[in-house]
Design a protein around this ligand. Sequence first.
Ligand SMILES: O=c1[nH]c(=O)c2[nH]c(=O)[nH]c2[nH]1
Length: 297
Amino acid sequence: MAIRLGANQYGKAEVRLVRINRDTDVHTIKDVNVTSQLRGDFDAVHTGGDNANCVATDTQKNTVYAFARKHGVHAIEDFALLLARYHVDTFDHVSGSRQEVQEYTWNRIATPEGPHDHAFVRSGAETRTTVVTKDGDAEWVLSGFEGLTVLKSTGSEFHGYPKTEFTTLAETTDRILATDVAARWRYTGTAVDYDATYASVRALLLEAFATTHSLALQQTLYTMGESVLRAHPQIAEIRFSMPNKHHFLVDLSPFGMDNPNEVFFAADRPYGKIEAAVVRDGAPDPGRAWESVPGFL
Ligand SMILES: O=c1[nH]c(=O)c2[nH]c(=O)[nH]c2[nH]1
């Protein structure tokens, strides 16, 4: 019976790093979570416990901290590319690398004298994400975010769906539409101003959510993706995972009251789960960009 090692990758998961820039009295902060993984010729360690090629996960962790000191942490995509390139370029037996980074945002605390120099408050905003994959000379960059919670109090309808013996949902021409947007988009190359593009994509997505008169969350999702692809030729596709966070009108008639779309029960589960990719025709092949990215089609 022939048995062999299949696909494998290994590294250090969730290296928590806070990098303070203290060049002036006005400090800046980068708060990130890095998962570093290597791919390549690791047969011997798996099949024989021979560690000669096994760059220790502890070393990968230390490399993250050392690179933060040496290079600083700017756009998380650039930091991830730096780490991926270092590992592939340094070790003959490392043919590829996957670097995943999450970034948590902090804002300066407001004081009567203005924004504080070195005191910060964690913003409840979304978590920015990246996944960089390098396979030989090929490189793929995904950018994105998760946990961007948005709500429209009107401008959303849902009707015209098939009625079966199990359908109880009432059609509506005026409902609350709410979701936590998780999005990841794939670039066609790596010569990108990641911070500027992130800000633009985020703004476009919020604008499309706000201004689309929604007939279904699916339609809102597609419109959001379309607006990003139209504005950014260097983005090949954008994928979304969006819960439909249901808000049910409370029946106040037992209390002799009407309820003209004012009082809702915000259900936390179950929720609709709407996922789709919006893709540019003729975009370059995704290659290994989406490998082991959970939660996305
Ligand atoms: O926007 C929606 N899409 C659906 O597919 C769906 N299904 C459902 O029950 N409510 C909704 N709303």
